[in-house]
Write a protein that binds this ligand. Structure first.
Ligand code: RTP
Ligand code: MG
Length: 144
């Protein structure tokens, strides 16, 4: 029977994760969970792409520093597929704030937010099927 729970989600390894050579570790955790990579790229995002990606946060106090940080170096963007992958990857990532993210999660195990803003939390994952579709179309228009 076809798996009707299969989903695609957009994952980013943020500039702090790439700078700290944690790309392999993040992808390892994704694959170990049983998810598959559908698309993968390394690129430095421009402000236009990030404005689309973070449209929901425009106007919030952390928006400008977030866009500044996210365009400060290359990110790895991946389309990840699997059983309830949207919720599942957010569970792998852990809470937004690395200090309080649970041990066993990417942010909880690997996050180093001391002395820096909470925005440096290594990864992004889409938060709903609607966000996933929108974000995948932004980062990988060829998949549309
Ligand atoms: P993400 O979108 O990156 O997967 O993270 P999230 O859902 O856990 O967090 P969200 O609320 O969507 O916020 C997006 C990113 O903005 C930065 N942020 N900074 N108070 C702050 O300084 C603050 N709040 C959020 C984080 O990088 C967060 O991941
Ligand atoms: Mg979010």
């Amino acid at each position: 029977m076809a798996d009707t729970t299969a989903q695609r989600t957009l994952v980013l390894v943020k500039p702090d994760g790439v700078r700290r050579n944690l790309v392999g570790e993040v992808l390892r955790r994704i694959e170990a969970k049983g998810y598959s990579l559908v698309a993968l790229q390394l690129r430095t995002a421009d402000r236009e792409l990030l404005a689309g990606h973070y449209a929901e946060h425009e106007g919030k106090p952390f928006y400008e520093p977030l866009v500044e940080f996210m365009s400060s170096g290359p990110v790895v963007a991946a389309v990840v597929e699997g059983h309830r992958a949207i919720e599942g990857f957010r569970s792998l990532a852990g809470a937004t704030d690395p200090t309080t993210a649970a041990p066993g999660t990417i942010r909880g195990d690997l996050g180093r937010d001391w002395g820096v803003a909470v925005q440096q939390n290594l990864v992004h994952g889409s938060d709903s099927p609607e966000s996933a579709a929108r974000e995948i179309a932004l980062w990988f228009p060829e998949l549309g």
